[in-house]
Design a protein around this ligand. Structure first.
Ligand code: ATP
Length: 303
C-alpha cells in the first residue's frame, strides 16, 4: 500500500484573459500550496479493477454527496491515464481521506488526481519521474501539475504551465469556508457574461506581487493579492462581500476569494493575528467553517 499527502492550493493572483477558441481562458497566476491536506492511499488488488472510496472527517454530508465514488472521480481518472501512458495492467483500490473543502476554489479534486498519480506510480513500480508525472497531470486539469510540484510557482497557459518564482517567507492564512460550494464553470460563465461588452486583456502576473514574494514581505503581499474572478463570484454570491469585510475589519493584510470561490482567504501577520481573524469570522457567523493554514508547503508526497 502507498499513502500520499497532498496540499490544497491558493492563487495569490489570478489574471484571466479573453476566452480562447478551445473554451479555456488564458491565466496568469501565482499558486501557493498550503497545509490543508487530503490523503490518498492506493492498495494492491488481485485483478485489474480500479475502485474508489471517499471518507470525510466530521459531518460533511452535503460535500460528500458532491464527490463521485465511481469512474468520474478525478483520482480514478488519474490512475486510468497513468495506466494508459505506461502500459501497465495493474489495478488498485484507492481510498481518499478528504479534508480540502469540496467546490471551494482550493482545487481539492485536482489535488486527489495529483496524489493518485504519485501513489499509483509507486504502487505499480512504473517509475516515472515527478516531471514526467507533471506532464500527464496537465492532461487531467489546469491545477494538477502544480499540486505535484507544490511550493510557490507561476502558472501560465490555462494554469498548467508551471514556472519557478523566487520567494521567501512563510505566510499565515485564514480561510472562511462557505456553506454551499460554487462551480468553477458557473463562475467563468458569469465572467464571460459580465465582460461580454468589455475588452479583456491578456493576463499578467503583477510586478508588485513578485517583488513582495522576493522580499518575503507579508504586508506588501497582502496589498498585491488580486483575483479577476472576484466580480463574477460576488455577482453569483453577493453575501461573500460581508465575509471579506469581516477579515478587513480585523486588519487582515489582504482579503480575496480563493480561485473561483466561494472560500475567502485572509493573510495574517502571524499566528496570533490569524487566530483573531478566525475568531471574528466564527462569531460573526458569515461562513460555515473557518480554517487556519500556512504556506508554502511541498506538493503531493509519499508518507
Ligand atoms: P478548482 O479550485 O480546481 O476550480 P474546486 O476546489 O472549486 O476546484 P473541487 O473540490 O475540485 O472544486 O470539485 C469540483 C467538482 O469535481 C466536485 O463538485 C465533484 O463533482 C468533482 N470531483 C471529482 N473528483 C473529485 C474529488 N476527488 N474530490 C472532489 N471533487 C471531485
Amino acid at each position: 500500500m502507498t499513502t500520499v499527502r497532498v496540499p490544497a492550493k491558493i492563487n495569490l493572483c489570478l489574471g484571466v484573459g479573453p476566452l480562447r477558441e478551445d473554451g479555456f481562458h488564458p491565466l496568469a497566476t501565482v499558486y501557493q500550496a498550503v497545509d490543508v491536506y487530503d490523503e490518498v492511499k492506493a492498495s494492491a488488488v488481485v485483478d485489474d479493477s480500479l475502485t474508489i472510496t471517499v471518507h470525510f472527517d466530521g459531518d460533511r454530508a452535503r460535500e460528500a454527496a458532491a464527490v463521485p465514488e465511481d469512474d468520474d472521480n478525478l483520482a480514478i481518472r488519474a490512475a486510468r491515464l497513468l495506466r494508459e501512458r505506461t502500459g501497465t495492467t495493474e489495478g488498485a483500490a484507492i481510498a481518499i481521506r478528504k479534508v480540502i473543502p469540496v467546490a471551494g476554489g482550493m482545487a481539492g479534486g485536482s489535488a486527489d488526481a495529483a496524489a493518485a498519480l504519485v501513489a499509483c506510480n509507486e504502487l505499480w513500480g512504473t517509475g516515472l519521474t515527478r516531471v514526467e508525472l507533471e506532464v500527464i497531470a496537465a492532461e487531467l486539469g489546469s491545477d494538477v501539475p502544480f499540486l505535484i510540484h507544490g511550493g510557490i510557482a507561476m502558472g501560465g497557459g490555462r494554469g498548467e504551465l508551471i514556472s519557478p518564482v523566487l520567494a521567501r517567507g512563510s505566510y499565515h492564512w485564514v480561510f472562511a469556508i462557505a456553506a454551499q460550494g460554487l462551480s468553477t464553470k458557473s463562475v467563468y460563465a458569469e465572467f464571460d457574461r459580465l465582460t461580454a461588452e468589455r475588452e479583456v486583456r491578456e493576463p499578467e502576473v503583477p510586478g508588485d506581487l513578485l517583488a513582495a514574494l522576493r522580499a518575503g514581505d507579508a504586508a506588501a503581499l497582502g496589498e498585491a493579492l488580486s483575483n479577476d474572478l472576484t466580480e463574477a463570484a460576488l455577482s453569483l454570491r453577493p453575501e461573500l462581500a460581508a465575509t471579506l469585510d469581516v477579515g478587513l475589519e480585523c486588519d487582515a493584510l489582504g482579503a480575496i476569494l480563493s480561485g473561483s470561490g466561494p472560500t475567502s482567504m485572509f493573510l495574517a501577520r502571524d499566528d496570533a493575528h490569524a487566530l483573531d481573524i478566525a475568531f471574528a469570522l466564527t462569531s460573526s457567523r458569515v461562513c460555515a467553517d473557518v480554517a487556519q493554514a500556512t504556506g508554502p508547503v511541498q506538493g503531493a508526497r509519499l508518507i
